[in-house]
Structure formats: structure tokens, C-alpha cells
Write a protein that binds this ligand. Structure first.
Ligand SMILES: [Zn+2]
Ligand SMILES: [Zn+2]
Length: 324
């Protein structure tokens, strides 16, 4: 837990203790006298600085008043992406309703996370896409990039429903807001003339810029004084999707073992996970993702994921080296 989240929760608990102390001494109940608006402001501050869902639970369970006021739209609107970061193992109707209530309160981080879960994990494509759209209209760069990946691949539709030009435009928008993967994807598109006019120097320049920003972000994370590097918004969604897929594989292991045709992975009719182990996206139809053009044994949802995985592991495993 970081300092901010901790302090906010302590403030909330301090208010509650003050209330208890006043009750015990039968003096004026200053806590009870506080208007709801002020208490809601305090709870919203806790929600905005939460670094885990447990922070919210801890605050909401402080007293009945916190529990009741914690359901207000203002509080749900302010919950941080880390406060929303439910794990796949904890997914339940209650967790679904909580994210839904935050999304309905206008929380664009909740719309993004729930949109990704609905689209990729629960296969409720329309509801997921609607949530991602609303988060994108709210200016969330992670949602804009996720829509770009969906439009690039025609996810949830047919191969013919792909719209490369629209996907490039979405990448450009997300890149302009500082999304590194979108910048890298845009660089590859311009470099290759894919959905946009070709310019090798401009494409290369964007790819190098994306790499530089990625390195700068990594350096900032490792230089954290507290040693605590909070998950980014897209990492929260990816963690859920990766864990969801792992749990589903474990549950279906017996059947999967029986059906597995060979060691090389799924057959053409089966749906593949993106080979970037930190991504978590799964195909929505057979042969949706692009494959490594050298070994053809791994598949990726995007060039950005392919570039990341190339550095992290595939470079050592591929049939021969391929400069990306
Ligand atoms: Zn991917
Ligand atoms: Zn390969």
C-alpha cells in the first residue's frame, strides 16, 4: 500500500474512531453531525487513492455510514484503477455488480476494465465493445488502443469486418495521448504502409520513439523510492485476462489433454492466446491473430505484442532471428 492510500484510509478510520470516542463519552457526536457531503468527500478520497480492492473494503466496513455512503455515485466515480483491480480468482456476481455500478457512475477506468472482461473473457462482445467505446470517448488511451486492436483484427466479427484505416486512426489517437504500444503499432503501420501512406523513415522514427519511452517508463518504475511499482491500467486488465485463461485451462485440462492434436499448440479450428504472456487476449475466431512469419508457431494480437515478446523471449526460441 502506498502512502497516499494508507493516509486516506487512516483519515477515514480516524473519523470513525472520533465518532466512537464521542459516543463513549456521551459528548457531542461531531462525526454524526457532519453533513453527508463531507463524509462522501472523504470516502471518495479513499476510493481515489486505493491501491487494492481490499483498501475499499477496509474503508467501507469501517461503519454503517461509510458502507451506505460508499455506494454513492460520487464515490463509485472516483474509485482508482487499482481499487477496481479484481483478480480472476475473485470474480463473482458481486464483483461484476461493483464494477458495473462504478461504470454506470461514469468511472471510465471501470468501463475499460469491465469492457475488456466482457469482451475477451465472458464473450459478451457487444456489451464489452460498448463499455470500451464509452471509455474511449471519455479519453482513456488504453480503451482507445484496445478498440484499435479489435478493429485491426475484426475481433468479434469476420475477417472482412477488419477496418485497417480506422484502426490506424485509433492508434494515432491513443499514441497522441501517450500510449506506447499504440505509438509502436502506428510506427509499424507507417513503416509498412499498412492502412496508411508508407514512409520507412517516419515509421522507423516512431518505433524508436516508442522504444525510448518504454525504456524511460521502465527506468521510472525501477527508480521508485518505495520499491512499489503500481500496475498500469492495461496491466490490470491483462492480469485479469491471463489469470482467467490459466484458470479456464486448468479447469478444462482433462478435456484439453484429450483433444490436443500435437505439441505445436491449437489446431486451426481452435482459438489461440496471444503469445505475449503479459497480454491475455484470446482470438474470437480461428486464425484471427497474426503469426510469426519466420517460425509460424506463435501468434500475436498485434505487432506491438509481437515486438514485446520478441525481446522478452521469442528471439531465443524462433527458428531464426528476425529484426523487428
Ligand atoms: Zn497481445
Ligand atoms: Zn518465430
Amino acid at each position: 500500500m502506498n502512502g497516499t492510500g494508507c493516509n486516506s484510509i487512516h483519515t477515514a478510520k480516524k473519523m470513525h474512531c472520533m465518532n466512537q470516542g464521542n459516543r463513549n463519552s456521551k459528548s457531542a457526536t461531531s462525526f454524526d453531525a457532519l453533513p453527508d457531503e463531507i463524509v462522501v468527500t472523504v470516502i471518495a478520497a479513499v476510493a481515489a487513492s486505493a491501491v487494492a480492492p481490499a483498501d475499499l473494503a477496509s474503508a467501507f466496513l469501517t461503519c454503517k455510514r461509510f458502507w451506505t455512503l460508499g455506494k454513492s455515485r460520487h464515490v463509485r466515480n472516483k474509485v482508482s484503477h487499482l481499487g477496481l483491480a479484481v483478480r480472476a480468482r475473485n470474480w463473482s456476481l458481486h464483483a461484476d455488480r461493483f464494477l458495473q455500478s462504478c461504470a454506470e457512475a461514469g468511472n471510465i477506468d471501470a468501463r475499460y476494465l469491465l469492457g475488456m472482461i466482457r469482451f475477451y473473457c465472458i464473450s459478451d462482445r457487444n456489451a464489452g465493445a460498448d463499455l470500451l467505446l464509452s471509455a474511449a470517448f471519455g479519453g482513456l488511451k488504453e480503451a482507445i488502443y484496445s478498440l484499435a486492436v479489435i478493429v485491426f483484427n475484426g475481433s468479434g466479427g469476420t475477417r472482412e469486418s477488419r477496418d485497417i484505416g480506422a484502426a490506424v486512426a485509433l492508434c494515432a489517437r491513443a499514441a497522441s495521448l501517450g500510449h506506447v504500444d499504440a505509438l509502436r503499432e502506428l510506427g509499424f503501420c507507417i513503416h509498412d504502409g499498412y492502412g496508411v501512406a508508407r514512409s520507412v523513415p517516419d515509421g522507423r522514427r516512431l518505433i524508436v520513439l516508442a522504444k525510448a519511452r518504454e525504456m524511460a517508463e521502465a527506468a521510472t518504475g525501477s527508480a521508485s523510492l518505495s520499491g512499489f511499482t503500481p500496475l498500469k491500467k492495461q496491466d490490470v486488465a491483462s492480469r485479469f485476462m491471463v489469470e482467467w485463461a490459466e484458470r479456464r485451462r486448468a479447469e478444462n485440462k482433462e478435456g484439453a489433454d484429450r483433444d490436443a492434436p500435437h505439441e505445436g499448440g491449437p489446431s486451426d479450428g481452435q482459438l489461440r492466446m496471444c503469445a505475449n504472456k503479459l497480454c491475455g487476449r484470446e482470438e474470437t475466431r480461428g486464425r484471427e491473430f497474426r503469426r510469426c512469419s519466420v517460425c509460424a508457431s506463435v501468434h500475436y494480437c498485434s505487432r506491438a505484442c509481437q515486438a514485446r515478446d520478441w525481446i522478452q523471449s521469442h528471439k531465443a526460441n524462433c527458428a531464426q532471428e528476425q529484426a523487428l
